[in-house]
Design a protein around this ligand. Structure first.
Ligand code: KE4
Length: 428
């Protein structure tokens, strides 16, 4: 065991500050990182890795020095004032200009905080208590969202967390992603009681599961028919697939949108926004209270501004898709060569390599994935210098900093890993 991990376990629960980093879902000791550049990480033992985690989504530009410089420059003017700054207005204007359904926005410090606040706003605006979420979806760790959730809960097979009171959980109704009938039934069983549906427009926390044609449109229609709000959780998808939000590509206007990750350039951020008429119910204009010491922090806003500026000016999305096309083609070829139960679940620039014969389109199908085989693959890739997400139930992230050589190395490491896995299976 590494010395740092040994120490970490004494002071941090499980040696980590977020469960999925423990690598316990893939039977490995975690790595501890000291520095990064481009698409590469270096751990405390000097090992380097091609990074396919991307800090779970924020680092679409990789570890980009230009953002670090923007942070250093702004930090030199003061780290926090607890008062308004031009930067938070500028980043708000940038996001509003990029996402037509958002007329006003509020910044917070994490995706969880943004979701929690958006749900409170939806309840306050509709004067209703119940929320529909989808099994296997993850919207951060606010109590009401820790019911049959994905990401780290699914990784550790604890989809519903302890400590969530029954009185809270009863207002969270569960539907099946890509199954509009399961949503319709909930509206019929709870007439006039549902404040909102919250949905990841592309499911990223059960592994990547794309919305089936018409699914999101059906949610929009059902919420309108039943006087409920539609909340798109775009914490991952915001500025991931294209400059703007995933909703822009669908032509659907949700009532509220939640952002995080990329809009903070790698620093702690969250945001929620939507129609002025709804947002104005927030304090200090309205009766829905929401606040935060470091909300809209100028250093964070500067990182986000720089990231979105680079994305807008350089438009790396086409090249990112080309790199993922090469991975998809390469993994499909390896699947055929080694006759593997392997499928490449993808929606644009989000993808997951499933140890599953078919590309899952539902949570139930995701659960059929072979997490043991995924763990073996994770460990084989790690020792070959490729860091894939330490869970079958996460999105992989390729960004602007990954080079063609990185893609070649990933596929070569995968080929050697499958070779090793075949030999060990043959021997066992
Ligand atoms: P944070 O509170 O972790 O900033 O955001 C919560 C959140 C909300 N909505 C979506 C769609 C999300 O994916 C997340 C957080 N994502 C996970 C990984 N898929 C964070 C990684 C972790 O928990 O360590």
């Amino acid at each position: 065991m590494s010395e740092i991990y040994n120490r970490a376990q004494k002071s941090l629960v499980g040696g980590v500050n977020s469960p999925v980093r423990s690598f316990s879902g893939v039977g490995s000791e975690p790595v501890f990182i000291t520095k990064a550049k481009g698409a590469h990480l270096t751990d405390t033992d000097g090992n380097t890795y091609i990074d396919l985690i991307g800090s779970w989504g924020p680092l679409i530009l990789g570890h980009d020095e230009r953002i670090a410089r923007a942070v250093a420059e702004r930090a030199g003017q003061g780290l926090s004032y607890g008062l308004g700054t031009p930067e938070e207005v500028e980043l708000a204007e940038t996001i509003i200009a990029a996402v037509p359904s958002v007329e006003k926005i509020r910044f917070v410090n994490s995706g969880t905080e943004a979701v929690m606040s958006a749900l409170r706003l939806a309840r306050g605006y509709t004067n209703r208590d119940k929320i529909i979420k989808f099994r296997g979806a993850y919207h951060g760790h606010a109590d009401s969202m820790l019911v049959e959730a994905g990401s780290g809960l699914l990784t550790h097979s604890t989809p519903s967390s302890e400590g969530v009171s029954a009185s809270v959980a009863k207002d969270t109704l569960l539907a099946e992603y890509n199954d509009v009938e399961s949503v319709r039934r909930l509206f019929e069983e709870n007439p006039g009681e549902i404040a909102a549906i919250i949905v990841e427009p592309v499911a990223g926390n059960m592994g990547v599961v794309a919305p089936q044609p018409g699914f999101l449109e059906d949610l929009r229609r059902l919420t309108e028919e039943n006087g409920a709000l539609l909340i798109f959780d775009e914490v991952i998808t915001g500025f991931r697939n294209a400059y703007g939000a995933y909703q822009n590509e669908t032509g659907i206007s949700p009532d509220l949108t939640v952002f995080g990750k990329i809009i903070g350039g790698g620093l702690p951020v969250g945001a929620f926004g939507g129609r002025r008429e709804i947002m104005n119910h927030l304090s200090p204009l309205g009766g829905v209270y929401q606040a935060g010491t470091l909300s809209g922090n100028p250093v964070v806003m500067s990182a986000g501004k720089k990231a979105l500026q680079i994305l807008k000016e350089e438009d790396p999305y086409g090249k990112i898709n080309e790199k993922i096309d090469r991975l998809e083609d390469g993994f499909n070829k390896l699947r055929d060569r080694y006759d593997l139960d392997l499928s490449f679940g993808r929606e644009g620039t989000m993808f997951t390599l499933f140890f599953n014969k078919n590309v899952p389109t539902t949570y139930e199908e995701v659960l059929e994935s072979d997490t043991k085989a995924y763990g073996k693959f994770f460990r084989a890739m790690l020792k070959r210098g490729v860091l894939i997400p330490p869970s079958q139930f996460e999105s992989w992230f390729v960004g602007a900093a990954h080079t063609d050589e990185d893609i070649n190395k990933i596929l070569k490491a995968a080929e050697d890993s499958f070779e090793e896995m075949r030999e060990s299976t043959d021997c066992s």
